[in-house]
Ligand binder design. Structure first.
Ligand code: G6P
Length: 367
């Protein structure tokens, strides 16, 4: 039958609220004390040790999940990762062979460019792992291995719960690879897996604690034409997804910049009143990000910080949205949630057709 909104005004909001459950379903049966179990996975430890490069290839939000995946895999499994949008990868004769693993990511499993990229990679002799939501989709069937998100149907054109499931899948895959490569100790693996297990409740806490504030905040965004997202490392990866979501559903022009790169161009666009969302959850680079926030403030930008709770030393913020403490590598699953809610409420405030944005389709099955 028809999918139901179960009391929510839009599927997008319903799917944002489903995310704690999405994470539980995605990890069900896959997390032990110190290891990741991937049922029916064909790649052997020997295969994983033989790869000298990984390519992540996808489109849209799935591509953005790969930006986080790259960090996680490089950090934990110490394999260099390149990432490409599928429509570029497929036409540029990529350097792929048997020593390369290709990971394709697709909610629908039917995106034409991603499917073509998968076939191109297999033609060149590479094994392909797919991270997919739709069971039995073409990409899932043609890949050598598949990790299903187990997120259930996603109806809103703008992807939210699938993105979070993709991030979780990348974290699990990164730990899985790292254990095969022996680059992650039992203790560190247990610590990360405990961190993964805590995420569903932490996402719930963010929704409970910040939704009303974000709804209020969104009113201040509705009359603007431009917004900027800044962050460093994983915060930058999440900023890219945040700007895409805002753009897709509210038609507000938004751009994401690595915070340290602002001064090389984009700072010229910061003037009195311009809204800037600063993701500042990464302890290792926090001082650097704070000095970028100061640069923005000095030019009149209005800064909303997405920060770790209890970070009192972060002044200079006009608005603050707090997320719970988590391992630096895992914060993406938390920090994205306020950006999704912001995109949703700005779109509602601007009277946009949230679940069916103009010119966009849920799944692009032709080129
Ligand atoms: C379309 C959708 C996006 C999605 C992208 C990739 O552009 O509007 O939300 O991220 O396709 O879709 P896929 O099904 O391959 O993840």
């Amino acid at each position: 039958g028809m999918a139901e909104k179960s009391g929510f005004d839009h599927f997008m909001l319903k799917e944002i609220h489903e995310q704690p459950e999405t994470l539980r379903r995605c990890t069900a049966g896959r997390l032990t004390e110190t290891d990741i179990e991937l049922a029916n996975f064909n790649l052997t430890a020997q295969d994983i040790n033989s790869y000298n490069k990984i390519y992540i290839v996808a489109c849209g939000t799935a591509y953005n999940s790969g930006l986080v995946g790259k960090y996680a895999i490089e950090k934990l499994a110490k394999i260099p990762v390149e990432i490409d949008v599928a429509s570029e990868f497929r036409y540029r004769d990529p350097l792929v062979d048997e020593s390369t693993l290709v990971i394709v990511v697709s909610q629908s499993g039917e995106t034409a460019d991603t499917l073509a990229a998968l076939r191109e990679a297999q033609d060149k002799g590479a094994k392909v792992v797919a991270i997919c939501n739709v069971v039995g989709s073409t990409i899932a069937r043609e890949a050598d291995d598949v990790i299903y998100l187990q997120a259930g149907p996603e109806i809103a054109v703008a992807s939210t719960k699938a993105y979070i499931g993709m991030l979780m899948s990348f974290y699990m895959l990164a730990i899985y690879f790292a254990r095969a490569k022996k680059t992650l100790s039992d203790i560190d693996s247990k610590r990360l897996i405990d961190g993964l297990k805590a995420l569903p409740n932490q996402v719930q806490d963010i929704i409970n604690n910040s939704e009303e504030d974000i709804k209020e905040l969104s009113k201040g965004y509705a009359d603007h034409e431009h917004a900027f997202f800044i962050g460093r490392s994983i915060d930058y990866a999440v900023a890219v997804e945040g700007q895409l979501k805002l753009k897709e559903v509210s038609y507000l022009h938004s751009e994401a910049y690595p915070a340290g790169e602002l001064k090389h161009g984009t700072l010229a666009l910061i003037e009195e009143g311009i809204p800037v969302i600063a993701l500042a959850t990464q302890k290792s680079v926090i001082d650097k990000t704070l000095s970028n926030i100061k640069e923005v403030k000095a030019r009149g930008g209005v800064v909303t910080g997405i920060i770790i709770e209890g970070e009192e030393e972060i002044e200079d913020l006009d608005y603050r949205i707090e997320i719970p403490k988590a391992d630096e590598l895992l914060t993406a699953i938390l920090s994205v949630v306020p950006t999704q809610l912001l995109a949703y409420y700005v779109a509602v405030e601007r009277g946009c057709d949230v679940d069916q944005p103009r010119n966009l389709a849920k799944s692009v099955t032709v080129e």
